[in-house]
Design a protein. Structure first.
Length: 290
């Protein structure tokens, strides 16, 4: 399949600096957006790439059924409950695993974080039945990014770039992800799925973008369970603590849940390309305990 997005992306990246601040948040129905992406009509190819490279973030509505996301949340919780917290680098043969990343451990990452993450790779046995439904959507976004729809799907760490799915829980009060820029070389767009609803599953905080003047731009009130946001990887974003009045506990299901789909450079590659933190003074984006 010819990819008409790739030369437009490459032209933009040669001629203009990478975006750092969000410009607009654009809500669009996923099915309509998917159909446009797959048609690759010249006017759409030009407009959507220029928009994304200018810093627009698209909130795609109804990407996953709500029931799928709620079941995934519950199944991930059960999966972690029966297994010890572990850590494995992205090396050949890496198993699926989960890790509790507390405030202290989170200081060792590329950007500071506190979360509970389950990591899943396509070369393992897909214990939660994630990959068919997720790849159906991910292939659409990969095409939009200038890739083959099935790019990296068969890769293992020795091939350099691998697909990885994370199911993430940010526990009350202490869970956060500092503002940052994602790696962009192999996945031009962040691709973030929402598994929780503010005002229902958690209160306050959550996902934010960084706008002009380094002001936070919150979109959680626009988000429903099953929505996905996409934006150019270098647009600054983070996760602020939720449920500030609740006691955090690693063995519960409360807090904010999130689905991350990213193609990462593996640890088999020396000096691998990673994202970087953005040091901003934005009130409320770090835990009070930090």
């Amino acid at each position: 399949m010819e990819n008409k997005y790739l030369p437009v992306w490459e032209g933009l990246e040669r001629s203009k600096p990478f975006p750092s601040h969000v410009r607009n948040v654009v809500e669009v129905d996923y099915q309509d957006f998917k159909n446009e992406v797959l048609r690759q009509e010249e006017s759409f190819v030009e407009s959507v790439t220029v928009s994304l490279y200018a810093g627009d973030v698209y909130l795609l509505k109804n990407v996953f059924p709500k029931e799928f996301m709620v079941a995934l949340r519950e199944n991930a919780h059960a999966y972690c409950k029966d297994r010890p917290s572990e850590f494995y680098k992205m090396l050949e043969g890496s198993p699926d695993f989960h890790r509790i990343i507390n405030l202290e451990a989170g200081k060792k990452y590329s950007f500071r974080v506190c979360k509970h993450s389950c990591y899943f790779y396509p070369w393992n046995n897909d214990p939660l039945g994630l990959f068919p439904a997720i790849y159906e959507r991910w292939r659409v976004v990969k095409l939009l990014m200038g890739l083959r729809p099935d790019e990296y799907e068969k890769n293992t760490p020795k091939d350099g770039v691998v697909d990885r799915i994370q199911i993430v829980r940010y526990p009350p009060r202490i869970g956060f992800l500092e503002p940052h820029s994602d790696p962009y070389r192999y996945q031009r767009l962040f691709f973030s799925g929402y598994m929780s609803k503010r005002g229902v599953d958690f209160q306050g905080g959550g996902f934010y973008l960084v706008g002009p003047g380094d002001k936070p731009v919150e979109i959680e009130d626009q988000i429903e369970v099953g929505d996905v946001s996409i934006g150019y990887a270098t647009v600054w974003h983070g996760v602020a603590p939720v449920d500030q009045d609740k006691e955090p506990a690693w063995d519960k299901q409360d807090g904010r849940w999130f689905l991350s789909m990213y193609s990462n450079v593996s640890d088999e590659v020396p000096n691998r390309h990673t994202g970087y933190p953005v040091k901003l003074s934005i009130e409320g984006v770090l835990p009070k305990d930090y």
